[in-house]
Design a protein around this ligand. Structure first.
Ligand code: ADP
Length: 658
């Protein structure tokens, strides 16, 4: 081939150019013709091919047969035909070097060199083996890929880790919260709780309640073995039970257990309910013992006391031969103890409705008993029940006189739940009293006859003394007559008592003017009582429907008492007034010794007299006020006493006007 001709310059001779190409470090070859005859190949290209210079001049495929089933020849032929150069990067080429097939990678170019007819006259092939670079790059890529993968994995792991961490944090917080909750629950538990850990039973937790029961401070016991911290338990069985709970893993429950507990510097008796509960780990091993303790000393003592009280009460009931009863208005049931059942003729298991019980009561008393029960249960009542009546039933035809006392019990809303009480057999006592009253009545009657005679004789003597103007005898007979009247009053008092008791005292009502009665009484008192200043407080006329003589008797009694129990020369005021609700109040007030608080209710009892230090030598039998009260109550009235501002007493009698 005439290269010099083709390049058209003598200075770039064919040899020079080929020499230059030979020296080029770039593997280079030149092909011509459709068979791609190798016109030139420098050593670089020969080493790429793994062939020697003998390939020069040979068609490409015969020189390098392994290229046959590879695309190079067809690409070269296309470049040859079209005159369009072709270049590619990192294209693989399978070659046989030193008898070994290798695949290398090349950046190569097929440059078409054109003649002046624009026809390809040769192809310049440059190739650059990039196998190593490619491998390197691939390695880098792989590394990068790996790194990327790792990074991604790491990021994912990190994310997971963060999530896990968050979860862990919130679980930790939950755990802390629930621990705090458990701690608070234990701290505030109304029962004593302690946790003992390990075989030594070290006190790990002890709440304030258990410390109080133990009589110890937390600092004294925490962190110490239970037995060391509480030496007071030596010789008591709990030590063994707690040890057994740990060793055998069995729970021990004790009810109402008596125990000696540490108290100040000594010991105290206590009663407790306790539970010793083994604590198990996840692998079912006992790790400690939980103690739950409740002190019930007060409740047990209270219960024992009330059992004792109950026993004492039954004893008293038995000893006093009392029948007990209860009546429940809601269900209308009436029952009681064995004695009550015996008295009412009930069989042992009987519970009666009230009307059946009432039918065992003497007919004349039934209405009164019903009224007393209704009164006690009524809302206005103070809940006290007191009544005397006779029980009659076939087994006791003569009847049994009983005195019933009771009290109403209310529920939280103030509703009457039951009427409970006792019955006392007063048959004998009443008979005794009757005999006494009969005796008093007989004696009083017997005394009255001679007294009437004495009175008559004295009046005769007095008249005689006036006729003879014997002032000495006038005075003596006046005093004697006064004593006779006093005695008559006394005897009348006794007679009245027996009348009351036998129910023979009757009220004879009439309408009269109090002003008239009180004016008469004022005259009488002023005539009779010259030891005191009598003041009548009579403002207006007031009419009343009552037994005139008995009302007069009440006022006389009260005024005479006032004179008896107050110093000479002091004032006694008596009078009446109309109250706001149209009742009438009669009052008698003195400036005497007054009545002690504790005597005030009792002075109206029969034969009751205030303590000797008060009445001293003042004579009396304690029946005046009793009679007053009976008369007032027969009028449906009420009598009471208070101390007045002068330090004396004021008796107030309240009576309905009609
Ligand atoms: P008696 O006067 O016969 O003892 P009463 O039944 O009249 O009996 O009185 C009962 C008791 O009440 C008296 O013993 C007296 O202690 C006390 N008493 C009555 N009236 C008065 C009074 N006006 N002042 C002080 N004490 C009185």
């Amino acid at each position: 081939m005439d290269i010099k001709k083709k390049f058209g310059s003598a200075s770039f001779g064919e040899d020079l150019i080929l020499q230059a190409l030979s020296c080029s470090p770039e593997p280079t070859s030149i092909y011509t013709g459709p068979e791609m005859t190798i016109e030139f190949a420098n050593s670089g290209m020969l080493s790429v091919w793994g062939k020697d210079a003998s390939v020069i001049g040979k068609a490409l495929i015969s020189a390098i047969p392994e290229l046959e089933d590879q695309p190079f020849l067809s690409i070269l032929q296309e470049v040859w035909r079209t005159g369009k150069s072709y270049s590619v990067k990192e294209a693989p080429a399978r070659l046989i070097k030193n008898g070994v097939a290798v695949t290398d990678y090349f950046d190569y170019e097929y440059r078409a060199l054109l003649d002046h007819n624009n026809k390809t006259w040769c192809i310049l092939n440059t190739a650059h083996n990039v196998t190593l670079r490619r491998q390197h790059q691939q390695q880098i890529e792989e590394k990068e890929k790996k790194e990327q993968g790792l990074m991604e994995e790491m990021a994912a792991t990190l994310e997971e880790l963060t999530a896990t961490n968050d979860e862990l944090n919130s679980s930790l917080q939950l755990l802390a919260e629930s621990r705090e909750q458990v701690r608070t629950i234990i701290e505030q538990a109304p029962v004593g709780i302690a946790m003992l850990k390990g075989p030594e039973l070290i006190i790990d937790i002890a709440n304030p309640t258990i410390l109080k029961i133990w009589g110890r401070d937390l600092t004294e016991v925490q962190g110490l073995p239970h037995e060391t911290a509480r030496p007071e338990l030596q010789g008591q069985p709990m030590i063994q039970w707690i040890r057994e709970a740990f060793e055998k893993g069995e729970r021990k429950i004790n009810n109402e257990l008596s125990i000696l507990l540490h108290h100040r510097d000594g010991l105290r008796d206590a009663v407790v309910n306790s539970i010793y509960q083994p604590i198990f780990s996840a692998d079912n091993k006992v790790t400690g013992v939980l103690i739950i303790l409740e002190e019930i000393t007060d409740q047990v003592l209270e219960r024992r006391k009330s059992e004792k009280d109950q026993q004492m009460l039954s004893l008293a009931i038995d000893a006093g031969e009392l029948a007990t009863f209860y009546y429940e208005p809601e269900v209308n049931l009436f029952s009681g103890n064995a004695l009550l059942k015996l008295w009412f003729g009930l069989s042992d298991e009987d519970q009666l409705d009230l009307s059946a019980a009432i039918s065992s009561i003497a007919e004349q008393d039934q209405e009164r008993v019903m009224a007393a029960i209704t009164d006690a249960l009524s809302e206005e009542s103070d809940g006290n029940y007191f009544v005397e009546y006779r029980i009659v039933h076939p087994l006791a035809p003569n009847g049994r006189l009983v005195q019933a006392r009771g009290k109403v019990f209310y529920d939280a809303k103030g509703k009457a739940v039951s009427l409970n009480g006792t019955l006392r057999d007063i048959t004998k006592q009443k008979a005794e009293e009757q005999r006494k009253n009969d005796f008093i009545s007989i004696v009083s009657h017997e005394l009255k006859t001679p007294l009437t005679s004495i009175n008559a004789y004295l009046q005769l003597m007095q008249r005689q003394a006036f006729l003879t103007a014997n002032t000495n005898y006038q005075d003596i007979t006046m005093k004697a007559l006064r004593q006779v009247r006093n005695m008559k009053n006394l005897i009348n008092g006794f007679l009245n008592i027996s009348r009351f008791d036998s129910g023979r005292m009757i009220i004879q009502r009439e309408v009269f003017d109090l002003k008239e009665l009180f004016t008469e009484l004022e005259d009488e008192f002023k005539l009779r009582i010259n030891s005191h200043e009598i003041v009548a407080d009579l403002t207006q006329s007031l009419s009343i429907n009552a037994d005139l003589n008995k009302i007069a008797q009440v006022v006389q009694n009260l005024v005479e008492n006032a004179a008896k129990y107050s110093p000479l020369g002091t004032q006694i005021t008596f009078g009446y007034l109309a109250t706001a609700n149209q009742d009438i109040e009669i009052f008698v007030s003195d400036q005497g010794m007054g009545i002690a608080e504790e005597d005030r209710d009792q002075i109206f009892e029969r034969f009751y007299r205030a303590g000797k230090d008060r009445v001293g030598t003042i004579s009396g039998f304690g029946i005046g006020l009793y009679l007053c009260r009976e008369i007032v109550e027969l009028h449906n009235g009420h009598i009471a006493v208070e101390n007045n501002s002068a330090g004396g007493t004021i008796f107030k009698v309240r009576l309905p006007a009609q």
